[in-house]
Design a protein. Structure first.
Length: 298
């Protein structure tokens, strides 16, 4: 009898350590999940909007505020110096912006004369000035119209009628790109001398007073700005939905039980006996008869 060769038989250890062939696709799929998630994260990071370097931001007529994009607006530096700070706009719900940023368009600074802000800009490069407006007082066009200039030479906005643009209580932004190069300020095709700061001025016209709600400046181009305000029609729909969600749901009313009167009802004077109305007549007749009798005796 031949003894079977033992080396031809696989050992139990070899059977245990050698994974079956059908496990490889499972291992590949499990390793592909983290790779897929990483690609998704990279795609989201690439599609996320990057904001330029904010070098200046103020909330005109109001206190400091951080908006939904992370821009930190400082307290108005003109408090107690120039013009008038107003928060009259707090009576309104501002359209086209999130509720948390209404304050940027509710507070304002206006003046009965031309006024402005000095903005330090020291480095060469591309910049964008963003001016925020909202008409919170007038309810018709043509009532408030004014211009905006840079350094007294560049008319960046002419004949601004906020109500005519967007209506009452609606946010409106103006974006003004400019370039600093050496000692020159370039706005479009125009240039002027630059001395380390720019002055944005709101020019008094013959139709009410100039005003501003908020200002910020970024170092970069318009591509580095937050997304523009939504169209008015779309913003109105979103605002209606927001107001609907903010309305508290009333609890179901329970039927009220009839109240019992506390004591006998008061008599209705209009349903009393009509004889009371004839009483003065009877008294007059009774007094007249004795008088008539005395006259007859005379």
């Amino acid at each position: 009898n031949k003894i079977p060769e033992r080396h031809n038989r696989p050992s139990p250890l070899a059977l245990q350590t050698s994974p079956p062939h059908h496990n490889h696709p499972i291992m590949f799929a499990s390793s592909a999940v983290p790779l897929f998630l990483a690609l998704c994260i990279l795609h989201l990071c690439d599609s996320t909007h990057s904001l330029g370097d904010v070098i200046y931001a103020i909330n005109a007529g109001g206190e400091e505020h951080v908006d939904v994009h992370g821009i930190h607006y400082k307290r108005d530096p003109l408090f107690g110096k120039t013009g008038t700070a107003s928060d009259y706009g707090k009576l309104l719900v501002i359209g086209r912006v999130p509720k948390s940023d209404h304050i940027l368009y509710q507070t304002e600074r206006y003046h009965t004369a031309t006024f402005g802000y000095d903005i330090p800009v020291n480095k060469d490069g591309n910049y964008v000035l963003v001016l925020k407006f909202s008409e919170v007082y007038f309810d018709s066009p043509g009532r408030k119209v004014f211009d905006v200039t840079l350094n007294g030479q560049h008319a960046v906005i002419t004949g601004l009628d906020i109500y005519n643009r967007v209506g009452r209580g609606v946010a409106h932004d103006e974006r003004i790109p400019f370039v600093i190069k050496g000692n020159k300020l370039f706005v479009g095709n125009d240039e002027s001398t630059h001395d380390g700061k720019i002055k944005v001025e709101f020019i008094k016209g013959y139709r009410d007073n100039p005003k501003i709600n908020a200002i910020y400046v970024i170092r970069g181009t318009e591509k580095d700005l937050p997304p523009d305000l939504p169209p008015i029609e779309e913003a109105e729909e979103e605002q209606e939905e927001e107001l609907e969600t903010d309305v508290p749901v009333e609890a179901p009313r329970t039927p009220q039980q009839p109240r019992r009167p506390s004591g006998p009802r008061s008599p209705n004077p209009y349903t009393s006996d009509d004889s009371s109305a004839l009483l003065p007549i009877f008294v007059a007749i009774g007094a007249f008869i004795p008088l008539l009798f005395c006259l007859c005796k005379l």
